[in-house]
Design a protein around this ligand. Structure first.
Ligand code: NAD
Ligand code: UGA
Length: 434
């Protein structure tokens, strides 16, 4: 099949590479000319496991090409996938559909005279398919909702092993084409509006699950229980499920924060109530302030008379493990709160996200390429991203080089007994400490 993908970011590029590796002819289109030039030179802007290898292979096989003009990029397409960004609007909490509108207008100008399917993979509010249909205004084009459920850091894994493919359309022609594309997958066909809403309802539900376990963690800390046992016990009930019950510092990323806000706005537009989502948004914002305060309070304990500067090493800047993405990273937000405190010096390390973090934090913190150097002569070490790498460091060595011995593991990554036996004053989330 000839597939064109508009938007070559965290979704568009892995999706393009994935389809190309399955033998389809894929053209990835992006309006960012520099990005397209880099792609043509074999350079990828984002970090995703195994993406570079498969990218190189599919380009070499001639299955993956790039373009910056939609007109040029879709000229042979049977299927056009829209994967442009839908961030939060600058002055509201709604989804910003500027890029969707721009791309749709450009498609409209192509005066398509054969049947093609235009699938909206970007996360868009219910009713956006109707809007795109109006802009393109061409009966040769079937506008379909086909939301994306992949996770960053696991994009190719999720592309090849999706839990489900959701396709919202009433067009038999579109259904046939997409059935052909996803013949071996679990496909749910719905109407377009339901499909659009499935995406937001899913993301908001996952966000809600995280916020719920974070609140349970707070209760555990006060009541003397352990959130990890509680989560494990809950997760054994197959109706609840054991995933997304890791308590931590609050959810972040380019999707949950913006999608929960957009869903709440949609509910208001339709005069419908989404009080749970409202609570989750506010609770998650508050959580990051609360975690920052916990860290700052610990620092104050070390400096009761305010006469010295406290040095804190922070491990983790990305919004989660396995990605370089810092968009709405809770780690970054916590750091920003800490920067408002007096007498704190922040030393930071992330395996992949230092460069992206620099774009937000600039030179207000000190960046390290090595976790051991980052922790040298610090008073406290704080873990804010759940990187696997952090589990395998030589903490004995790290402790010997530290000035004091506090380790705040706010992603519950490490073995508590081991860290205590090494000599750390260790704390994690969802447990009471005296
Ligand atoms: P991104 O910002 O990484 O990439 C979007 C790309 O689209 C950019 O490279 C931009 O230059 C390009 N673009 C914008 N307008 C264009 C136009 N008119 N023509 C050509 N290119 C254009 O975004 P992303 O993270 O890949 O997300 C894309 C969409 O997918 C969003 O709606 C997001 O909510 C949704 N989504 C993202 C993820 C994820 O893990 N990031 C997962 C599921 C769904
Ligand atoms: C999320 C969804 O998992 C994807 O299904 C969806 O396609 C995507 O959003 C999207 O629409 O963009 P992603 O943002 O890549 O994927 O990351 P997640 O793995 O869901 O993590 C989101 C945030 O929640 C991270 O900050 C993570 O650290 C946090 N989290 C996750 C927890 O605090 N606890 C958990 O148990 C799970």
């Amino acid at each position: 099949m000839n597939i064109s993908i508009i938007g070559t970011g965290y979704v568009g590029l892995p999706t393009g590479v994935g389809f190309a590796s399955l033998g389809h002819n894929v053209c990835c289109i992006d309006k960012n000319i520099d990005k397209v030039e880099r792609l043509n030179k074999g350079q990828i802007d984002i970090y995703e496991d195994n993406l570079k290898e498969l990218f190189d292979k599919t380009v070499q096989e001639g299955k993956l090409t790039f373009a910056y003009s939609i007109k040029e990029g879709i000229q042979n397409a049977d299927l056009v996938i829209l994967a442009v960004g839908t961030p939060t609007e600058p002055n509201t909490n709604k989804a910003d559909l500027t890029y969707i509108k721009e791309a749709s207008k450009e498609i409209a100008e192509c005066e398509i005279d054969r049947h093609i399917v235009i699938a909206i993979k970007s996360t868009v509010p219910v009713g956006t398919g109707d809007m795109v249909e109006e802009i393109i205004n061409n009966e040769n084009c079937d506008i379909v909702s086909m939301p994306e459920f992949l996770r960053e850091g696991f994009a190719l894994h999720d592309f090849f092993n999706p839990d489900r493919i959701v396709i919202g359309t009433n067009s038999e022609k579109a259904k046939n084409l997409l059935q052909q594309l996803y013949q071996d997958k679990n496909v749910l066909f719905t109407d377009r509006r339901s499909s659009e809403l499935i995406k937001y309802a899913s993301n908001a539900f996952l966000a809600l699950k995280i916020h719920y376990i974070n609140e349970i963690a707070d209760l555990c800390e006060k009541a003397g229980a352990n959130v990890e046992f509680v989560a494990k016990g809950m997760g054994l009930d197959s109706r609840i499920g054991n995933k997304f019950l890791n308590a931590g510092i609050g959810f972040g990323g380019s999707c949950f924060p913006k999608d929960t806000k957009a869903l709440l706005e949609t509910s208001k537009e339709f005069d419908s109530k989404m009080s749970l989502v409202d609570t989750v948004i506010n609770g998650n914002n508050f959580r990051k302030m609360k975690i920052a305060k916990k860290i700052a309070d610990k620092a104050k304990e070390l400096n009761p008379h305010g006469e010295k500067q406290i040095r804190i090493a922070i491990y983790g800047l990305a919004f989660k493990n396995n990605t370089d993405d810092c968009r709405e990273s809770p780690a970054i937000e916590i750091i920003q709160h800490l920067l408002n405190e007096k007498d704190l010096i922040l030393e930071v390390y992330d395996p992949k996200a230092n460069e992206n973090a620099k774009k937000i934090l600039g030179d207000k913190v000190n960046y390290y390429e090595c976790p051991k150097l980052c922790a040298y002569a610090v008073d406290m070490l704080v873990i804010l991203t759940e990187w696997e790498e952090f589990k395998n460091l030589d903490y004995k060595l790290i402790l010997t080089s530290m000035r004091d011995d506090i380790l705040l593991d706010y992603r519950n990554l490490l073995d508590e007994e081991e860290m205590k036996s090494i000599g750390f004053k260790y704390e994690r989330i969802g447990k009471k400490y005296d």
